[in-house]
Design a binder for this molecule. Structure first.
Ligand SMILES: Nc1ncnc2c1ncn2[C@@H]1O[C@H](COP(=O)(O)O[C@H]2[C@@H](O)[C@H](n3cnc4c(N)ncnc43)O[C@@H]2COP(=O)(O)O)[C@@H](O)[C@H]1O
Ligand code: MN
Length: 657
């Protein structure tokens, strides 16, 4: 019946016309009607059979056709999957075992002496989660995952990554270098001595520029600029700016008290701004105590990165600067209606002493000034000092509560922040924010949490205390208009004593000069003792923390408060102070729960162990040997675990260096 399959629709039409003609002729010519009908019936049967078999053939041919098309499509899809430069893997949803992959995956993993494994799938999915490229051999792949069908697509992005990295490496870098203490080191020496120092600096920095191949330009003997691209900067970062240590070591060998402060910025195109950010970074490096690098990209969101700062600040404040600050501050105060002075949250004796010295300074300029405190944040010694002030014969002592200060403040009032520079640490943020005119006087290393446009900021991290700084600028302004009273001088001296632990730490000749000035103004040691006296019960609590301490690493002690007991700042601070005094202790940490719900850490150290950067890592700050932090929404034991982890990292880094 093969021929039937070959009958086409056109042939059927022709055949039907012929059959029609034949049947008509047959009917006309036939002699017997019955015989004709019988013949016609048989003929129609044959035709029906032909048509039926044709219809069946048609259906069969259509299926064949579809099947053929499908086969062809599948073949070409498989060929595409096999040949396209995209790896495809189907994996088991539960076990992550690979179920199928295309030949390109074989190519990707070739040389890895096996086909893809469950571990590879895990790694790929992890990289996808971290939004990273997967590196296999020398190639980098972008990962796409079809979660529903459990398919992974690996797309080769090696060229793109290389291009992007070249592009990033070509960013412009501007660096500003300053030699700390240059003026002091060269002030009173002979010309030949100065030439020796200048030669040392110039040849050291030339070697530095030769090593990394960047362009170095000398501006003055203590100020240099450098230019390079990010590739060079990246190498310095990888070397952790070891230039700081080399310079410090070599200058110490030669008995010069010199260190380097470096500000660096980088970015695309906007060179004036890159330069400005580099200069701001340099200033930040200097006010943080020098001997460090501050690096920040020229972009709004970028955060500064610090390197160095591993020696206790050796920059010395200069008398010339103190005098200039005193003059500038006088001008700012005389242009203001009146002055409000605030310390940090939980204002301590140093902050109060500095605030009182600034009150006297403003009065000497002929302006009314108010020291602001918050009743809810009163430490016992500060409360005693305020009480003593109020008992004194001066009448309205201008030490006012926050609510009163809010009421008294006028649009042209000036705010002076003492003993802190962080808006987040200020006595009351809304009060701080309500001022348009701002001055900052502080002895803490500043970081990027800093007011936007203070009229004046006097930050000297080499000063022992904020009280010392303010008393020094007060001396340059001393006049007959207003004299410091005994109680005012005593509180300022108590501030210096507290921060220097009775002149046993962080003191310089200038600290004693400030103390001598306060003595000459009647500062009374007996009064100071009464103000600073430790409460008997508090003393016992401090000792409880000390007793509950352990050595977590050699020379590192950690004292814990009880988990359901609340401790004020001073108790925690005193526990850390006590522990660091013990033999063999390099660093001491006291951890307690504060009445405001956060966990406090007070950190103290000796012998070149920087607790400031450690506390900064944990959201706080302070000084090289005296720092702290406050951590919300964590328990005492969680914070302890975090601290131990950071300490471990620190020790590991030191070991590797
Ligand atoms: N979040 C923070 N950011 C930046 N810097 C911070 C932060 N929190 C604290 N700091 C600074 O860290 C150091 C150490 O602070 P501390 O709380 O451990 O110790 C201060 C006071 O609590 C403590 N103190 C106050 N009164 C007494 C007293 N009568 N006896 C003993 N100790 C006392 O002394 C520290 C005051 O230091 P100062 O502010 O530098 O004057 C500190 O610098 C914080 O500002
Ligand atoms: Mn202080």
């Amino acid at each position: 019946m093969k021929f039937l399959k070959q009958i086409t629709p056109r042939m059927i039409i022709v055949m039907m016309i012929l059959v029609q003609l034949f049947e008509s002729l047959f009917l006309v010519c036939s002699s017997s009607r019955y015989v004709a009908i019988a013949y016609l019936f048989i003929l129609n049967l044959i035709i029906t059979f032909i048509l039926l078999s044709q219809a069946k053939n048609y259906t069969l041919r259509r299926h064949d056709f579809i099947r053929k098309i499908n086969d062809e499509a599948e073949n070409s899809l498989n060929a595409t999957l096999d040949n396209m430069p995209i790896g495809v893997i189907r994996f088991n949803e539960k076990t992550l075992e690979p179920e199928w992959f295309n030949p390109y995956i074989d190519m990707i993993y070739k040389g890895n002496d096996s086909v893809i494994k469950r571990e590879d799938i895990k790694l790929i999915l992890k990289k996808k989660l971290e939004d990273q490229y997967v590196t296999i051999g020398n190639q980098k792949y972008v990962v796409n995952v079809d979660e529903e069908k459990h398919l992974i697509y690996l797309i080769d992005a090696t060229k793109e990554v290389a291009f992007r990295s070249d592009f990033n490496d070509s960013r412009a870098v501007i660096g500003a270098i300053y030699v700390d203490n240059y003026d002091d080191a060269t002030d009173l020496i002979s010309d030949s001595g100065r030439t020796v120092i200048n030669n040392f600096i110039a040849s050291f920095l030339e070697e530095f520029s030769d090593k990394y191949a960047f362009y170095l330009r000398r501006i003055t003997s203590s100020r240099y600029f450098f230019f390079c691209d990010y590739r060079v900067l990246d190498q310095m970062i990888k070397d952790k700016f070891e230039v700081l240590k080399e310079f410090r070591t070599k200058s110490t060998e030669k008995e010069f008290p010199l260190t380097l402060s470096i500000g660096v910025s980088y970015g695309w195109e906007d060179f004036p701004n890159i330069g400005n950010v580099a200069m701001n970074n340099l200033e930040l490096a200097q006010v943080r105590g020098g001997d460090q690098v501050v690096l920040r990209e020229n972009s709004e969101q970028a955060r500064p990165v610090y390197f160095g700062g591993n020696s206790e600040g050796r920059t010395q404040k200069s008398r010339t600067r103190a005098r200039a600050i005193s003059t500038a501050l006088r001008t700012i105060i005389s242009e203001s209606e009146d002055v409000f002075i605030v310390g940090h949250r939980f204002t301590d004796m140093d902050a109060l002493g500095a605030a009182i010295a600034m009150k006297v300074f403003a009065n000497m300029t002929g302006k009314e000034a108010f020291v602001v405190y918050d009743e809810k944040q009163l430490l016992p010694d500060v409360a005693r000092a305020i009480e003593k002030m109020n008992e004194s014969a001066d009448g309205f002592t201008h030490i006012v509560k926050l609510e009163t200060a809010r009421r008294l403040k006028k649009p042209n009032s000036l705010l002076i922040m003492v003993d802190h520079s962080k808006p987040t640490q200020t006595l009351d943020f809304d009060f701080y924010h309500s001022f348009e005119k701002l001055v900052i006087i502080d002895h803490h290393r500043r970081n990027d949490d800093f007011p936007e446009q203070p009229l004046l900021s006097y930050i000297e991290s080499s000063a022992s205390s904020a009280s010392e700084l303010t008393v020094e600028i007060l001396q340059f302004h001393d006049n007959n208009r207003r004299k410091m009273s005994t109680i005012e001088a005593s509180i300022a001296l108590a501030g210096i004593e507290m921060d220097t632990k009775n002149f046993t730490k962080a003191t310089t000749a200038r600290t004693f000069e400030a103390a001598a000035y306060l003595r000459s103004r009647g500062a009374d040691n007996d009064l100071i003792k009464v103000i600073m006296a430790t409460d008997f019960e508090k003393y016992k609590i401090v000792n409880e923390i000390v007793i509950n301490s352990e050595i977590v690493f050699p020379g590192i002690v950690l004292g814990m408060g009880k988990k359901d007991q609340k401790y004020d700042n001073i108790t925690t601070a005193k526990a850390a102070d006590t522990m660091v005094e013990m033999a063999g202790v390099t660093a001491a940490f006291a951890l307690t729960l504060h009445p405001n719900g956060f966990i406090s850490i007070s950190a103290r150290s000796r012998n070149g162990f920087n607790v400031q950067t450690l506390m900064e890592q944990m959201g706080g700050g302070g000084h090289f040997n005296n720092a702290a932090t406050q951590i919300y929404e964590k328990t005492l034991s969680e914070v302890k675990a975090d601290l131990i982890r950071f300490l471990e990292e620190r020790i590991e880094n030191e070991d590797n260096h």
